[in-house]
Design a protein around this ligand. Structure first.
Ligand code: HEC
Ligand code: HEC
Ligand code: HEC
Ligand code: HEC
Length: 189
């Protein structure tokens, strides 16, 4: 007799549940695609518009902990990893630096310091530009413990994660598309 915990039964049940979920999605007329139960209840309020990029150093000056963990990821090294001859190649920059060609971001007009702060996949690649967030938070620099109101004002002025599946913007290359070819690229098995 097959026990219920058998991987086959479990797998079959999962497949069935998934199929049903898909059917339910497909048969819901004229509504936005069904989302899996959201982890957080309320959607995050949109931060103020018109923010420009400030670079990772400025973010890190207030967020030591996150900066330290980010430093350990390949994101922080994504530019340095580029072979020499591709370091000004727009074809590579769009995923290996932050906000390439975006207004207020990695563009011709940016100061050398800002350009430096946007090399690699930096804070603002995932959180969006933070100039106004910084302005909002500066007065709190000497506050030992933020009040709930202050914390809300600070948090509402920047995205926890940019909407629109921001990870996929760069990682699509490992889903359906292929990573652009370059000399010395490791062969995928
Ligand atoms: C002047 C200090 C300061 C600077 C500079 C600063 N932040 Fe913050 N940030 C805060 C404070 C204060 C909060 C409130 C929550 C907390 O205490 O961490 C916050 C919250 C956040 C949050 C949480 C948002 C949420 O919805 O919960 C993110 C993400 C964030 N900051 C990213 C950034 C990024 C990216 C930059 C650089 C563009 C940056 N911060 C620059 C002080 C700062
Ligand atoms: C601006 C483009 C960009 C965005 C946005 C982005 N990534 Fe990446 N990611 C990269 C690049 C480029 C690398 C490879 C860096 C390297 O190897 O030098 C990478 C590497 C990684 C790695 C391997 C990291 C390691 O340290 O081993 C993971 C995991 C990853 N990304 C997940 C994510 C997730 C999850 C998100 C969204 C929250 C995200 N990425 C957003 C471009 C991006
Ligand atoms: C669509 C976004 C995108 C573009 C465009 C892109 N990359 Fe990447 N690159 C990534 C991501 C995501 C990773 C990490 C995951 C992976 O290896 O697929 C990565 C990883 C790398 C790595 C580390 C590979 C390793 O084996 O550790 C190098 C080097 C690299 N890219 C070079 C380039 C060069 C050179 C170009 C331009 C010809 C380029 N990339 C264009 C997204 C991109
Ligand atoms: C690849 C995308 C990515 C990059 C790059 C990134 N973050 Fe985040 N960050 C996230 C995600 C996703 C979350 C929410 C989940 C979590 O808390 O781990 C987050 C959460 C945060 C928070 C909120 C923590 C809290 O108290 O709720 C802060 C602050 C923050 N990041 C700051 C930074 C700073 C500063 C940098 C750069 C030094 C940075 N992040 C780089 C994706 C990123």
């Amino acid at each position: 007799m097959i026990k219920l915990s058998s991987p086959w039964v479990f797998g079959g049940a999962m497949a069935l549940a998934f199929g049903l979920a898909c059917l339910m999605v497909m048969s819901t007329p004229n509504t936005a695609p069904a989302q899996p139960a959201a982890a957080e209840a309320a959607p995050e309020p949109a931060p103020p518009t018109g923010q420009v990029y400030t670079g990772a150093k400025r973010c890190s000056s207030c967020h030591f902990k996150q900066a330290a963990s980010w430093k350990k990821t390949k994101h922080s090294n994504a530019y340095n990893e580029l072979p020499e001859k591709h370091r000004a190649d727009p074809e590579c920059m769009k995923c290996h630096v932050t906000a390439y060609g975006v207004e207020g971001g990695y563009t011709g007009g940016a100061t050398p310091e800002l350009l430096q702060g946007l090399l690699g996949v930096t804070c603002e690649a995932c959180h969006g530009p933070g100039s106004k967030h910084e302005e909002v938070c500066k007065p709190f620099l000497n506050v030992k413990k933020l009040s709930p109101e202050q914390e809300k004002v600070a948090r509402d002025s920047i995205y926890k994660i940019l909407p629109g599946n921001i990870c996929a913007k760069c990682h699509l290359a490992i889903v359906h598309q292929e990573h652009p070819k370059y000399e010395g690229m490791k062969e995928k098995k």
